[in-house]
Design a protein around this ligand. Structure first.
Ligand code: ATP
Length: 252
């Protein structure tokens, strides 16, 4: 479980996160939703220790992240940031193989090569394996980054808006793959999503943020109703039921 206790964050007097207390279940898919600027990326970056904690504490599987060596944390938790800088003159297979770095220090074993190949296959990237990153489309590049994060082989996968740049087909494919990763490998996925229907369809647990605070959380059926969504996003959206699941008509 990830336990976030009394986390606050401020930049030059501006409060970004306000006293967040949260427990993220150690299995399944947890979706972080909320309007632009709600603090979702800031919270993920604190959990992954990409920036120092100012107030409060965070533990991952019982280990306080402030006291966990980087190498240990990198074997337990992988994060894909929203706009990671990547070297364009790398081939796809090389970039995905970077995910193994915390395990091999850059000296790939046969097992690392097999895991890299498996990651390429899982995200349907084998046909791009020998292409340079800068020859891929934005969506293809995004999938490569997800594959690299997956290849790190951690129990926890933190993904910040991985559906960016993906068309509807690939967005659905990626969500299905992540669901399968959670179910078949018992990995825990924490994913920032802007598409409420992807969150409702694929997540087990939804955490809604607004104004730097967690304002609602629960299973999709509890969050996907007009009243909750108005509170989170500030407008009324009809919610219908399709095959027993809520579907949000947010675009009408
Ligand atoms: N380094 C920084 N300096 C100042 N303000 C920052 C910094 N990083 C983030 N912020 C501010 O913190 C707030 C939360 O940003 P954050 O990126 O965490 O939101 P988000 O919910 O992920 O948004 P989005 O959905 O747009 O990606 C925003 O108002 C943002 O402008």
């Amino acid at each position: 479980m990830i336990v976030v206790k009394n986390i606050s964050l401020a930049y030059q007097g501006a409060r970004i996160l306000r006293d967040i207390n949260l427990e993220i279940p150690e299995t399944g898919v947890t979706a972080l939703i909320g309007p632009n600027g709600a603090g979702k990326s800031s919270l993920l970056s604190l959990i992954a220790r990409l920036q120092p904690i100012q107030t409060g504490s965070i533990s991952v599987d019982g280990q306080p992240i402030g006291h966990t060596p980087s190498r240990v944390l990198a074997r337990r938790l992988a994060i894909l940031r929203q706009d990671p800088a990547i070297a364009s003159r790398l081939r796809v297979r090389e970039l995905v193989a970077f995910g193994r770095f915390p395990h091999n220090n850059g000296r790939a074993t046969d097992e690392d090569r097999a895991l890299t190949q498996a990651a390429l296959e899982r995200f349907d990237l084998t046909r791009f394996a020998d292409r340079f990153i800068d020859t891929l489309s934005g969506g293809q590049r995004q999938l490569v980054l997800v594959a690299m994060t997956f290849c790190q082989g951690t129990r926890w996968l933190l993904l910040d808006e991985p559906l960016n740049n993906l068309d509807m087909f690939y967005a659905r494919e990626l969500m299905r793959s992540l669901r399968d990763v959670a179910d078949s490998e018992r990995r825990a996925i924490v994913i920032v999503l802007h598409d409420i229907n992807q969150a409702v369809t694929y997540a087990d647990h939804i955490v809604a943020m607004k104004g730097g605070a967690v304002i609602a959380q629960g299973p999709p059926g509890q969050i996907a109703n007009t009243a909750s969504l108005r509170q989170i996003f500030g407008y009324d959206m009809p919610v219908e039921t399709y095959r027993g699941k809520p579907i949000v008509l947010n675009h009408l």
